[in-house]
Design a protein around this ligand. Structure first.
Ligand SMILES: Cc1ncc(C[n+]2csc(CCOP(=O)(O)OP(=O)(O)O)c2C)c(N)n1
Ligand SMILES: [Mg+2]
Length: 627
């Protein structure tokens, strides 16, 4: 056996740079490099390995959590055909990545996480930043990654790497199982050398499979669809990741079945397609909600049915509603006692299209969907209309930004009131034009993720839309964008607090308590003083960004035009009205205090009990049709 004497750190880098993926004949190098921050737990091991391999590029970030968000955003834009490795030192550097790992796993996006770990040989314990446990010496903070990882391993002997690395790749490249993969690397083991088999470092191509549906399940699906009168498709992220958007369009045109889109699935159909009902669920459009409510058959494609999609299980009100779930993950395909069609979305829709033959919903139903599409678009134009009042509304800003977005450009967002508004209002044309991390809704994702999205798609303009709260949580990756010469346009909407949680707080009777950025008022003892004097423009400028301050829609439009011409990351700041929201058309279950001294809370609780009455279990299954 030919061998190569390498350290664990060197072997990992060598292995990673030789991993490729292939789907539909298109091959892609899987890792675009490594993101991280060095410390004593990683610098001498993997750090040295990276230095020896400059063709596997190392990117220095400002926060380990941000590294993972950059990788996640990259993977999302690449439809999971590529990602980064993320490294950290031991202790706080490692635990900083846990939020990122959860975000990647929940969004079903591949990221390799390699935190440094405490000494395997133990003689120097406790090493700086080691969590000690009186219960076991086999515990470190890296055990916290277990629930947020789809595969977790710790390399306590160099030989273990030979068995572990292929498993890492199996999970990362599995469309059904992908998410964060954690490989914890004890500091001493990283620097130890053994004779690794040369074959470990051969170029490896991992085929991303397109599992075909079970023939019987598909037959049943066809029969269910043929027997349905009011079917609705819920298009989730799986439609986009599997590149099934063309075949979805074909099926909707062939059958007339209308489509509602989840956050991850927005862009499955162009916004102006007559069968596109728009956003589904709690942040959905009136049309999508009406169709969902009356549907006798929901065909979920690549959706995990989050509570936003189901409006906390109030979206589907037809007592006879049934579900067909086309999903590559068996776990998702069984949800709501559906007919499970465990398969790749694209492969499945191709077969389904053939089998459905001349099936079509009624003309009335198709026209009703087309009318809903048009009515909503008119409503969007109305919501976008500029009012002249200052501060401007968030919807006016979205309207102005969308006016500058080309068909292939991308809007990127994660938390706050923007996601719900964008879900309803953004006019998405390209399947990759709408980048919402709304699985974990991680405050702080945006500025970091913008970098990953741009790295994946350098030919697209990336519009990061971010609220002041999100920006304050993590804006430091602007420095990384400047370092790497990466240009994104960040539109920072400052409403001096949490518009989203503030409105939610008000709706549950809590009167926006603790949601505004204000000084503590010494008389009341509460945060009810003057607004805090945060200077966002100065902050962004100090990090190296080009900054434009807008104050109304006119100056915002000029700023957008100028930002498009810039070659460096540009931040546009604008103050928005905390209280001017976009109307909502569905319910979201946020339990209200059952007893309270506060009148508004007691009032809200009555409303809550009323809304809860619409909540349903979907246990019926599809068995009658099977007979
Ligand atoms: C890390 C994290 N902490 C808390 C939350 C809960 N949360 C969701 S939105 C939000 C406020 C966001 O503020 P901002 O970015 O200003 O947006 P706005 O609500 O004003 O639109 C909070 C606290 C979250 N999603 N993520
Ligand atoms: Mg805000």
């Amino acid at each position: 056996m030919k061998t190569n004497r390498l350290t664990v750190g060197q072997a990992i880098v060598r292995f990673l740079k030789n991993q490729y993926v292939e789907r539909d004949g298109i091959e892609n190098q899987f890792f675009a490099g490594c993101l991280g921050i060095f410390g004593h737990g990683i610098v001498a091991g993997v750090g040295e390995g990276l230095m020896e391999n400059p063709d596997f590029r190392y990117y220095m970030t400002r926060n380990e959590q941000a590294s993972v968000h950059i990788a996640t955003a990259y993977a999302k834009m690449k439809n999971r055909m590529g990602t980064f490795a993320c490294i950290s030192s031991i202790g706080p550097g490692a635990t900083n990545m846990i939020t990122g790992a959860a975000c990647a796993t929940i969004n079903r996006l591949p990221v390799l996480i390699m935190p440094g770990d405490i000494f395997a040989r133990r003689n120097v314990a406790p090493v700086l930043q080691q969590l000690e446990s009186p219960f076991s010496q086999d515990i470190s903070v890296n055990d916290c990654f277990k629930p947020v990882s789809k595969y977790w391993d710790r390399i306590s002997r160099p030989e273990q790497l030979i068995m572990s690395l292929p498993e890492v790749m199996r999970v990362l490249t599995s469309p059904a199982d992908t998410g964060a993969v954690t490989l914890a690397l004890p500091q001493d083991v990283q620097a130890e050398a053994i004779d690794f088999p040369e074959e470990l470092f051969l170029k490896r191509i991992w085929r991303i499979a397109r599992p075909r549906p079970d023939t019987e399940a598909l037959k049943e699906a066809v029969s269910l669809i043929r027997n349905s009168v009011k079917p609705v498709i819920i298009a989730g992220g799986g439609v986009i990741y599997s590149e099934a958007t063309e075949i979805l369009k074909k099926i909707t045109e062939q059958t007339g079945i209308p489509v509602a889109e989840t956050f991850a699935g927005k862009g499955s159909l162009p916004y102006n397609h007559p069968s596109n009902l728009g956003a589904a669920g709690a942040t959905g459009t009136p049309g999508a909600n009406k169709f969902a409510s009356e549907a006798d058959l929901i065909i979920g494609i690549g959706t995990r049915y989050s509570d936003f999609t189901t409006a906390s299980k109030t979206a589907f009100q037809n007592p006879d509603v049934k579900f067909i779930n086309i999903n590559v993950a068996e776990f998702d395909s069984y949800k709501h006692c559906a007919l499970p069609v465990t398969a790749d979305a694209k492969a499945c829709l191709e077969e389904l299209s053939g089998l459905l033959g001349d099936y079509r919903v009624s003309d009335d139903y198709t026209q009703l969907a087309a009318r809903a599409n048009k009515a909503w678009d008119e409503k969007v134009s109305e919501i976008f209309r500029v009012s002249e009042s200052i501060p401007v509304s968030q919807a006016e800003v979205i309207g102005a930004v969308s006016g500058y977005a080309g068909p292939r450009d991308v809007v990127l967002c994660a938390a706050g009131s923007l996601p719900g508004d964008l879900h309803k209002l953004w006019r998405t044309i390209d399947p990759k034009g709408f980048h919402l991390e709304y699985g974990y809704s991680t405050m702080g994702y945006e500025c970091a993720a913008g970098i990953g999205a741009k790295m994946a798609c350098p030919d697209r303009e990336i519009f990061v839309m971010v609220g002041d709260g999100n920006y304050l949580m993590m804006n430091n990756e602007i420095v990384t964008a400047i370092q790497e010469g990466i240009k994104v346009i960040i539109i920072l909407l400052n409403n001096n607090g949490f518009g989203s949680i503030g409105a939610l707080s008000q709706s549950i009777g809590s009167e926006r308590f603790g949601t505004k950025y204000r000084y503590r008022d010494n008389k009341t003892g509460l945060l009810t003083g003057e607004t805090l004097p945060v200077n966002f423009a100065q902050n962004a400028r100090s990090l190296g960004a080009y900054v434009i301050e807008a104050s109304d829609i006119d100056t915002l439009k000029k700023a957008m035009a100028e930002a498009k011409k810039q070659t460096v990351t540009t931040v546009i700041t604008i103050e928005t009205d905390l209280f001017k929201g976009v109307p909502g058309f569905a319910w979201w279950d946020v339990p209200v205090a059952e007893v309270s001294e506060i009148d508004t809370v007691r009032e809200a609780y009555k409303g809550y009990r009323e809304s809860k009455k619409k909540q349903r279990y979907y246990l019926k299954g599809t068995s009658e049709i099977k007979k």
